[in-house]
Design a protein around this ligand. Sequence first.
Ligand SMILES: Cc1cc2nc3c(=O)[nH]c(=O)nc-3n(C[C@H](O)[C@H](O)[C@H](O)COP(=O)(O)OP(=O)(O)OC[C@H]3O[C@@H](n4cnc5c(N)ncnc54)[C@H](O)[C@@H]3O)c2cc1C
Length: 503
Amino acid sequence: MSVSLPEKWDKEADVVVVGFGGAGAAAAITAHDLGAKVLMLEKAPAGEEGGNTRIAGQGYLQIYDVDKAIAYLNALCGRYPVPQEMVRAWAEEVRGNNDWVASIGGDPQEHQHQPEGIEFPELPGADCTHKFHHGDVLGYSNTWKFFEAAVKRRPIEILYESPGRELIQDGITKEILGVRAEQRGKPLHVKARKAVVLTCGGFENNQEMIRNYLPGLPYCYTSGTPHNDGDGIKMAQRVGADLWHMNNFAGPSMALKVPEYKSTFSMTPLHYTHEMPGGMIVVGPDANRFVNEKLKPKHGKIRRNGQWCQMPAPCPMFMVFDHALFTCGPLYDMKPVSGWGRIMERYEWSRDNSAELRRGWIKRAETVAGLAASLGLNPGALEESVRRWNRVCESGEDAEFGRSKMLIPIGRPPFYAIELSPSMLNTQGGPRRNEHGQIVRPDNTPILRLYSAGELGSIYSHLYQGTGNIGECLAFGRISARNAVAESPWDSRHAPAADEATP
Ligand SMILES: Cc1cc2nc3c(=O)[nH]c(=O)nc-3n(C[C@H](O)[C@H](O)[C@H](O)COP(=O)(O)OP(=O)(O)OC[C@H]3O[C@@H](n4cnc5c(N)ncnc54)[C@H](O)[C@@H]3O)c2cc1C
């Protein structure tokens, strides 16, 4: 495929940043403060920019001890190792996160209950982890609001509803010269005199890529932004990028997804700390339980047979519960701490779950067999699963899955069910980058003038430490921006091959 050079450039900047989330903000601020003219392309409409960073838990990783951080990241990667020069670059730069946030006017505050936030305390170097956020209150988009304001205080042009579509590449040198974006259905050619930094997130909303790359999932939905469709991955592929970590993602968990809303609803009874006075199990399409429903997976990973692996998600899954649970309060917690649904879509779940019953999100039947029939499950198999669960509660021991919370039998009718889908926070894979933030080809040579940061090809290859994503956004946003600004402008050096550009 070839991308023709435009006859004229519609816009021009030294550094073009594609995607205005956390990584884009860090790259844009850094490049601007080093004296570059910066232009940002953002796919979402104004007010919906910010990507997953906007609705995240708002924590970012800070480390102080580089050697411990290197040991921890290597242990997290385990049998999916990452080049040591990358690991070191990551550690050394993450160490500077708080200083950088403070240098642009932020107020780094450490999360409370710090040791509980260390996801894999048994791994070497784990105590390097320090989780920070901006300001007094954790959550509620607060760290994002600070980054957004820091970008908007600067003379950085932001073009909304202007998705990057293709990279414009010199046909001979293979350097990246700019971006073909789209605005109101028309092409917009943006010249990048020094470099392009791709920060346009993962492929959480691209079901075809999910089927191709995420292991064992016929579909999966996100609790994050609806605007990340894997565009940056495709753009980078077309100019020859290698990919990495495509099978790793922060998930799955189990959540309700309905067509009327873009992101998933997490169900309160499944929350690991939340005890509710009613009977509940989750079954797969064979009507059998398959997991400890109250387990807290580590960003989708559970320990089985002595190793960490992805939580099973036999689709479709059903949360089956009794009248006691139905009547003990809303099954969805609307507090707008994090998540696209809670912060942006703001569906008002009814206090007695009746509206969701009327909408058909919750199914009801007088008998377990009747409920099974309405779900398309084998009635006898679901009855047997309920009987087995009730025996577990009587004995007080869940020998099969080790659940120890809400050991409450599924009691009096009517009975209810909610279909659950696999849900994720974000994908981790994308174009492979090197320690300079450059996107590289399969032979490890950099694609000149093309950089990246954030979850678009993150460093996390297997296990993931919470706050690591935004921590990496800030670190590689800065690394990529510094190196992008250090490039000399291509238009002062040579005239590009004017006939065509090829990957
Ligand atoms: C509910 C939730 C909680 C989380 N909590 C945390 C946490 O506390 N700490 C942590 O470290 N991580 C957390 N994560 C993960 C973290 O939020 C993300 O991995 C991180 O914010 C990604 O930042 P990013 O800048 O790479 O991408 P994003 O923040 O997703 O930004 C990508 C931007 O690119 C735009 N875009 C997409 N395609 C295009 C295109 N073609 N052209 C132009 N623009 C485009 C998008 O609209 C978006 O604005 C959480 C995720 C979720 C969903």
